[in-house]
Design a protein around this ligand. Structure first.
Ligand code: NAD
Length: 496
């Protein structure tokens, strides 16, 4: 049984904690490794290394920093298949999906290669006679990144390239369920020439995260995970004086208006509902059908589900297993609750035949019709392959339903009516909106983030928000003295 440790000061290392987590191959159910769960002492050791590295890295020229990032881009690109295989082995998502995740992470590395433009300040000559003003953005020092199980490569890459390019040192705490890909990422950054200690990985769990939240040297925390933990991280981190962006859970609605192309809408609902077994924060889990299209739409979605192959992600299947046995059992319990509450299971994932080891953590795609807003399959984030159809009579009813939901991560509207789409993007209280695009994940040069219970904090991930998050602004007012500037004057400085 291999033991997965940490990556600190440029090398793989073991910590002092004796606590361990278990890592599984979800497609076989086999335990493949143990992972160290760091305690406060291991966190302190990593933060000390990062603090030392941050002091010199902040002075590395922009040319040096971007040279490293260009090299990281080449290495991640060259090793993308290996990264995808590591993701599939511990997360379970199918290889093509894992490769897509690596691609979206690469795009943030590419964005960070352009950090000199993003860090450019402003300059105003002669704001007063012979006085100039200009603005700078400077790194924070040591920052922490805490990531969830469902994107072991992409989510760390939402933050690490931007943080490092801006001159910070990072301590990443990946999910203990699939920790291996983060260690390979750290090795690739080191191989690209990043100085030792600038990017560290400390594996662990809640105790590890709390140690990061309490450590006085950690200046900022970027967190992605479920809403209760995001709220906790935001509260504890900000109470300790840190800057925190904490991205939480989701319940994403796809509204289908009567004029939509129902075949395209059905394709989109299946792709966005069941891709990655629904374990995506941007998955569509609630389909809001504006009558009279529900019967027809449900039939077309059900037909497509029947053609999906659930099985081992290494065998070219459409959908893989769930991440752990416990999570599969939790999702199964929701299916039972849905049936008990009166929802109609048009396709029941419990009956699935899989192309894989019978010991894997399997559950097939489930389609529930006639779901109502008080049912737990609607109110809760299930985070599994479960698509719920809610029927409404009008656009107004649809938008009211979406806006009443506490989450506000992503949403989509399917229609051929430009006016309706424009009204929806204007009225909906959600951070990322798709018009005939079911998973509207912004490109790296925009920023990713939801509203309401899907994000605690002010700044979203990557793009301009990411740069703002990982830097502090400073404004300099400067005058090069000559004898004309003498004289005593206690008045408040104003322009002259
Ligand atoms: P999780 O909240 O259980 O864990 C996320 C991270 O927090 C992990 O690193 C974990 O070790 C740590 N953690 C867990 N419990 C903790 C606690 N009590 N205190 C401190 N740290 C703790 O989430 P998960 O199951 O790994 O990921 C799935 C969740 O993440 C879903 O809710 C999903 O919607 C959300 N997610 C959101 C986004 C987004 O952009 N909004 C993106 C991906 C995933």
């Amino acid at each position: 049984m291999s033991l997965i440790g940490h990556f600190i000061d440029g090398k793989r290392t073991c910590g002092t904690s004796t606590r361990r987590g278990e890592v599984f191959d979800p497609a076989t159910g086999r335990r493949t490794a143990e992972v160290e769960l760091a305690g406060a002492a291991d966190v302190a050791a990593a933060v000390e290394v990062a603090e030392r590295a941050a002091r010199t890295w902040r002075d590395a020229s922009l040319a040096k920093r971007t040279a490293v990032l260009f090299a990281v881009r080449e290495l991640v690109n060259a090793r993308r298949n290996e990264l995808a295989e590591l993701i599939t082995a511990e997360h379970g998502k199918v290889l093509a999906d894992a490769a897509g995740e690596v691609q979206r992470g690469l795009e943030v590395i590419e964005y960070a290669c352009g950090i000199p433009s993003a860090l450019r300040g402003g300059f105003s000559e002669n704001v007063s006679t012979d006085v100039d003003s200009y603005s700078l953005r400077q790194p924070l020092g040591v920052v922490a990144v805490v990531s969830p199980f469902n994107f072991p490569v992409m989510v760390p890459l939402w933050f690490v390239p931007v943080a490092v390019a801006a001159g910070n040192a990072v301590v990443l705490k990946p999910s203990e369920k699939d920790p291996s890909a983060a260690l390979l990422l750290a090795e690739l950054f080191a191989e690209a020439g990043l100085p030792d200690g600038v990017f560290n990985v400390v594996n662990g769990d809640a105790e590890t995260v709390d140690a990061l939240l309490d450590h006085p040297v950690v200046r900022a925390v970027s967190f992605v995970g479920s809403t209760p933990v995001a709220r906790h991280v935001y509260q504890r981190g900000t109470a300790n004086g840190k800057r925190v962006q904490a991205l939480g859970g989701a319940k994403n609605h796809m509204v289908v208006l009567p004029d939509a192309d129902l075949d395209l809408a059905a394709d989109a609902a299946v792709n966005a509902g069941f891709g990655s077994a629904g374990e995506r924060c941007m998955a569509i889990s609630a389909l809001v059908a504006v009558e009279p299209v529900a019967d027809e739409l449900v039939a077309r979605i059900a037909g497509r589900i029947t053609g999906l192959r659930t099985g081992d992600g290494r065998r070219g299947c459409d959908m893989g297993p769930l991440v752990t046995a416990a999570h599969a059992a939790r999702v199964r319990a929701y299916l039972e609750a849905g049936v008990a509450a009166g929802a109609v299971p048009v396709v029941d994932g419990r009956d699935v035949t899989v192309d894989g080891d019978p010991n894997g953590f399997w559950l097939g795609p489930t389609l529930f019709d006639r779901v109502t807003p008080e049912m737990s399959i609607y109110t809760d984030e299930i985070f599994g392959p479960v698509l719920s159809v809610l029927r409404v009579d009008s656009y107004d009813e649809a938008v009211a339903l979406v806006n009443a939901n506490p989450y506000g991560n992503g949403t989509a509207i399917f229609t051929n009516d430009g006016g309706a789409a424009r009204r929806y993007q204007h009225e909906v209280e959600v951070g990322m909106v798709g018009v005939n695009v079911p998973i509207p994940v912004p490109m790296a040069y925009y920023s990713f983030g939801g509203w309401k219970s899907s994000l605690f904090g002010d700044l979203h991930a990557h793009g301009a928000d990411g740069v703002a998050f990982f830097t502090r602004g400073k404004v300099v007012t400067s005058r090069w003295l000559d004898p004309r500037h003498g004289g005593v004057n206690l008045g408040f400085p104003t322009q002259t």
